[in-house]
Design a binder for this molecule. Structure first.
Ligand code: UD1
Length: 420
């Protein structure tokens, strides 16, 4: 695993169709939500990703039955028993903090190792903790562990988030569905993945309303029953493949996508000269001409703004767009680690704090690069497809956390890419 590399022979135009897999960032909170359900949950369209395998291992560890049948993951938390997630499992997946609200909601206590920082810089969880405390949780941080309990049970309350954190909104929803009384989240995150979580929980008997807006209301219920649910398509994988088409002057149909979730990405690609439209049920078409031009300043924002996860793949496209592109990264501090690698390929990029300025060059050239995080790795794939000559990308384990066999998907549309 660790030593795998992607070898890309660049300069080939991408053409064809890619089926977009289920959303990693929706499937992970859904899997943690199954802890709350007293019965069998059938989750269709669960992507085959290392992060999803890690979430399944956490479920098994705490006594939730969990098995995969093709693209479907089936869970049953009737026998849930464990209330501790060890460091080794927490480390495998940074978003494992989303198990906190679910385990607290179901068991009334849990012990998780502190998630700490990650490739993207510090990932604080103060908003998660203060919200859960206001619902009656007692949380102590001891020896790298979070010891959590709710001696008098969790109680609904009004919570105002100072930032619309996706993870905190998920944890509050998970803690609130079985809590006593009503929880109101103000300044809630509005991401499609939040709506998917609420839709799933409502199918299990929860009473959640307002998802998709900045005010979510959760009326606690006594028990949740099993259900069957289909995970929404991965909007970031879709955006990444659109970037691959844009960078290679290609033409792509993405099937099983949701164009509405790409509302902030599509206009940027159009402004660069790509033709993009949606048709039929869940198809998005993109074609890219010979020359791309720099877009207006791209600022990453909470949804419905431009997603921080699509920033890196788009910077790779902008490297070969005519003119100067400016990016402002407003969500994470450390999200330009791919820039140094792109510069090795001949890109001209300057980074100053949260701002990256890209001077478009005529062409990139193949090089040996290293993926340092998931979306930065995807950016190297985009750049390598567009570059003249051959590239070697190591650090593929990062890319596999978020893209289902990226090399197979791209080979199917004419790219020359293989894994060694
Ligand atoms: C973020 C993205 C999400 C993406 C995910 C995976 C946003 C708003 N969120 O979600 O779309 O799918 O990464 O890459 O784009 N923060 C605090 N205290 C907290 C929680 C967060 O200060 O308790 C700050 C973080 O430092 C960061 C920002 O809020 O600056 C990001 O927040 P959050 O939405 O919580 O991050 P994720 O849930 O990881």
């Amino acid at each position: 695993m660790e030593n795998q590399k992607l070898i890309v022979s660049g300069g080939k135009r991408i053409e064809g169709e890619i089926a977009v897999h289920g959303a990693k960032n929706a499937a992970l909170p859904l899997l943690s939500a199954t802890v709350l359900v007293n019965g069998e949950c059938v989750l269709h369209n669960c992507p085959r990703l290392t992060d999803i395998d890690a979430a399944c291992r956490i479920l098994s560890h705490i006594g939730v039955k969990c098995r995969r049948e093709g693209g479907t993951v089936i869970t049953n938390a009737q026998g849930v028993s464990g209330c501790e997630v060890p460091v080794s499992l927490m480390r495998e997946m940074r978003s494992s903090i989303v198990f906190l609200g679910a385990m607290l909601g179901r068991m009334g206590h849990c012990r998780l190792s502190y998630p700490g920082g990650c490739e993207l810089g510090p990932r604080p969880i103060d908003l998660h903790l203060s919200a859960l405390k206001s619902m009656g949780a007692v949380i102590e941080e001891r020896y790298g562990y979070l010891e959590c309990s709710a001696p008098s049970g969790l109680c609904g309350t009004a919570i105002t988030l100072s930032f619309p954190s996706v993870g905190a909104t998920e944890n509050i929803i998970l803690a609130a569905v079985l809590a006593k009384g009503t929880t109101e989240i103000h300044n809630a995150a509005r991401e499609p993945e939040i709506c998917d979580l609420a839709d799933f929980l409502n199918s299990c008997g929860a009473k959640i309303s307002g998802m998709g807006s900045d005010r979510i209301t959760i009326v606690g219920v006594a028990e949740l029953h099993g259900c069957e649910h289909r995970v929404i398509p991965d909007r970031i994988a879709a955006a990444t493949y659109m970037c691959c088409a844009a960078a290679t002057g290609g033409e792509l149909i993405l099937s099983g996508a949701n164009a509405a979730h790409l509302d902030s990405v599509i206009p940027v690609l159009r402004s660069m000269g790509c033709k993009v439209y949606s048709f039929g049920k869940g198809n998005v078409y993109i074609s890219s001409g010979a020359t791309l031009k720099a877009p207006h300043t791209v600022r990453t924002m909470p949804y419905p703004g431009f997603p921080t996860d699509a920033q890196a793949p788009l910077t790779a496209v902008c490297c070969i767009a005519r003119g100067t592109s400016v990016f402002v990264e407003n969500i994470f501090e450390n999200r330009y680690r791919h820039v140094g690698e792109l510069c090795r390929m001949g890109a001209s990029i300057k980074v100053e704090g949260r701002v990256a300025v890209i001077e478009g060059v005529k062409a990139l050239s193949g090089a040996e690069t290293v993926a340092c995080d998931l979306r930065g790795g995807a950016a190297l794939v985009v750049a390598s497809l567009a570059a003249e000559g051959s590239s070697v990308i190591s650090g593929t384990a990062y890319i596999d956390r978020g893209y289902e066999s990226i090399e197979k998907a791209l080979r199917g549309v004419g790219a020359c890419i293989k894994r060694v």
